[in-house]
Design a binder for this molecule. Structure first.
Ligand code: NAP
Ligand code: G4F
Length: 333
């Protein structure tokens, strides 16, 4: 495909777990990819390192632009200049626990940031299709399980409330202005590229570090918490499938399987031949003021309409993540 005929994607949050996998996926499909990066004091963008260092890709098919979700004039200019066919809106403060500590900025970026982006898209001469990364945190403590696209929302965190606003405003703009705007209601999804302060990565890294003698104990919060943990590369495939449909719509992406933090610890420690109970301790500092519960998704709509299915089991994914941590820590030892 010649570059001028290639579809153009625009990703907010390209340096994150999902953004980096989505960039890999879209480049593989022949897209030209534009990503938004924030100016920080460090140039370390390790999740994109393999793309950055490839001269066939960086600045030829992958372009990074400085902007921030709270800097609409810059974002607007880049959107006009790049004229994307598809926008994937993934940027935001994504840590639920931290949203209680930095509530205002979390809500501003996630809720108002999405509204501002919709306003920009609405003004473009040819409005692109939009995918918004919504969350199972919308549901809070639902009374029905599993949750579908029709399950009522009752968020219990600042993060969840902000995602509820963002999700609803996407639907409103779809109906009011006929934008091809879609929500993916994403249940937890993990990978070796997950942020280090999310529980799966923290546990896999802790197990590997203890095995290598680099750490004695692993300190966690609520061991009874249950989550529907899927695999991030599967989720980004779902994002792309969502935008290829003729009609804009919302889809749940989930595995339908629940596991506890206890199961997670048992699985990760077993992957390095250790007994988790000998090494894990609980500290109330990691408990949250209120905690979502009973979050398990029903991906029937995504399966039947998009042909989307998960490619990994929870056990396979945790084994892969623990192996990746073990290999990385062994090299740095
Ligand atoms: P992540 O790894 O935390 O990545 C978040 C991305 O947002 C990073 O690229 C980050 O940039 C960027 N960002 C944060 N604040 C920004 C700002 N003010 N301006 C511009 N960019 C900003 O999150 P993820 O796991 O990839 O998740 C992607 C999206 O899906 C998020 O919106 C998250 O809330 C949502 N989601 C995720 C899950 C999940 O299980 N992973 C489930 C449901 C929904 P820096 O690299 O500079 O920090
Ligand atoms: O890994 P977590 O921090 O993920 P959480 O809160 O479910 O949020 C993630 O998934 C959401 C989808 O529902 C996304 F919208 C959101 O952006 C993010 O990606 O915590 C998972 C569970 C929680 O119940 C938490 O209380 O693990 C429990 N937990 C127990 N000990 C811990 C810890 N969580 C963290 N981060 N650290 C702990 O030490």
């Amino acid at each position: 495909m010649s570059l001028s005929a290639a579809p153009v994607a625009f990703i907010t949050g390209i340096t994150g777990q999902d953004g980096s996998y989505l960039a890999d996926f879209l480049l593989e499909k022949g897209y030209v990819v534009h990503g938004v990066v924030r100016r920080t004091s460090s140039l370390d963008r390790s999740r994109l390192g393999h793309l950055y260092t490839d001269p066939e890709i960086h600045n030829r098919r992958l372009f990074l632009h400085y902007a921030d979700l709270d800097d609409p004039t810059t974002l607007r200019r880049i959107l006009f200049k790049t004229a994307p066919d598809e926008v994937y809106h993934l940027a935001g403060q994504s840590h639920v626990g931290l949203s209680f500590e930095i509530a205002e900025s979390t809500c501003d970026l996630t809720a108002m940031g999405t509204l501002r982006l919709l306003e920009m898209i609405r003004d473009l001469p040819k409005p692109p299709r939009l995918f918004h990364a919504s969350s199972s945190e919308l549901f809070g403590k639902p009374t029905v399980a599993p949750q579908t696209e029709a399950t009522p929302w009752q968020p219990v965190s600042p993060y969840g409330a902000a995602k509820a606003f963002a999700t609803r405003i996407v639907t409103i703009y779809r109906d009011a202005y006929r934008l091809h705007a879609c929500n993916g209601i994403l249940f937890n999804h993990e990978s070796p590229r997950r942020g280090e302060n999310f529980v799966t990565r923290k546990v896999c890294r802790g197990a590997a570090a203890i095995k290598l003698g680099l750490q004695d104990k692993l300190t966690l919060g609520n061991l009874d918490a249950l989550r529907d943990w899927g695999y991030a590369p599967d989720t980004v495939r779902g994002m792309w499938l969502t935008l290829q449909q003729p009609e804009a719509d919302d889809y749940v992406f989930a595995t339908g399987q629940l596991h506890s933090v206890r199961d997670l610890a048992a699985q990760a420690f077993a992957a390095v031949g250790l007994d988790w109970e000998a090494h894990v301790e609980v500290n109330a500092a990691f408990l949250r003021p209120t905690e979502a519960a009973n979050l398990v998704g029903d991906p029937t709509k995504a399966r039947t309409r998009l042909g989307w299915t998960p490619s990994r089991t929870f056990e396979e994914m945790i084994a892969e993540m623990t192996r990746a941590e073990y290999d990385a820590l062994s090299k740095s030892k």
